[in-house]
Ligand binder design. Structure first.
Ligand code: AKG
Length: 315
């Protein structure tokens, strides 16, 4: 009797989660095709950003390869913006290393990690409360970045995720989770930026990417992106199919990497040295309606006012 009940409960759960999945996919498709994204495409078309030559080059590379990389200072010439980010990175690094030392001696570290991806320490993880006039948010709404994201996605995007990451070296463990090849589940319209805050060589777990594997690229049909689809293919088979085409982003501190992570990517497999970076994700309103969740909320405006695409990205 008990066994039967358990089986019955498992079946009901399967049906319920199957229905839930279908509901999520249907909500996403509806918002992508008709509701939220249509409105945000319309806003973009009415007020397209004016890009300069550097932004245009990044946009062209992103369109062709699914990624683009350049020195942060080439994109954002105002040195104080970099100085602020670098200082933020340094204090996060110091706090994290102090926490890891406490953890190593059996104490409470107070470090933030996400379940399933414990190998990355995050400044915010979920539930950050950011003020509009917080210097850390200023970079995130910097038009040099946001205009590019919107031009690439062809709509007014939402800033979904902002964070600093510290990946401690883990020796030669097995690759886990996002250290393995995968497509991100968040959205079909997705752009991430990773800004290296330390020099990253092979031992610091560089980001890696398969060019032209995002939707629209010639490798899109390899285990293609689907809402809630299978996003981790068999690793050996994938390696065989991409046949050495992956790019490894070993690069100096101050490098920014833009990429569409609907394409295959992996990273953060730091073996000997820590990796510290800042990361942002822009996606479409449809994603926030169905597939993803912001990792921050706005705590208050303190008299700062944003308008147009910048306000839209944060609300
Ligand atoms: O840590 C990395 O380099 C990869 C991160 C990643 O897979 C992701 O942000 O989706």
């Amino acid at each position: 009797m008990h066994r039967q009940r358990t089986r019955f409960a498992a079946r009901i759960n399967r049906i319920a989660s199957g229905l839930e999945r279908r509901g999520v996919v249907a909500t996403y498709e509806l918002h992508d095709r008709l509701l939220a994204n249509r409105a945000s495409r319309w806003r973009y078309t009415r007020q397209p950003p004016a890009l300069d030559a550097v932004q245009q080059r990044v946009l062209d590379e992103l369109g062709r390869e699914g990624y683009a990389t350049l020195p942060f200072s080439e994109l954002i010439g105002n040195a104080s913006v970099w100085d602020e980010l670098e200082a933020d990175g340094e204090s996060f690094r110091a706090e994290t290393e102090a926490g890891l030392t406490r953890e190593g001696s059996g104490g409470e570290s107070g470090l933030r990690r996400r379940p399933g991806k414990e190998f990355v320490v995050r400044k915010y993880a979920y539930g950050a409360r950011l003020e509009l006039d917080d210097p850390r948010l200023r970079l995130r709404t910097n038009p040099r970045l946001l205009d590019l994201a919107n031009a690439y996605l062809g709509l007014w995007s939402k800033l979904e995720y902002v964070d600093l990451w510290y990946t401690p070296p883990a020796g030669e463990e097995e690759r886990r989770s996002s250290q393995r090849w995968h497509r991100d589940f968040n959205d079909r319209h997705l752009l991430k930026a990773f800004i290296y805050l330390v020099d990253v060589d092979e031992e610091a777990g560089p980001f890696e990417y398969v060019p032209r594997s995002a939707p629209g690229g010639e490798l899109e049909s390899l285990w293609p992106w689907r809402p809630l689809g299978e996003n981790y293919p068999p690793q050996d088979e994938l390696a065989e199919r991409i046949d050495g085409r992956a790019v490894t982003f070993t690069a100096p501190k101050g490098t920014i990497i833009f990429c569409n992570t609907c394409g295959f990517h992996r990273g953060g497999f730091a073996t000997e040295k820590p990796r510290v970076l800042a990361t942002f994700t822009w996606d479409s309103p449809a994603s926030l309606k169905a597939l993803s969740e912001r990792n921050y909320e706005l705590a208050g405006a303190n008299g700062t006012r944003l308008e147009g695409a910048r306000a839209y990205a944060l609300t």
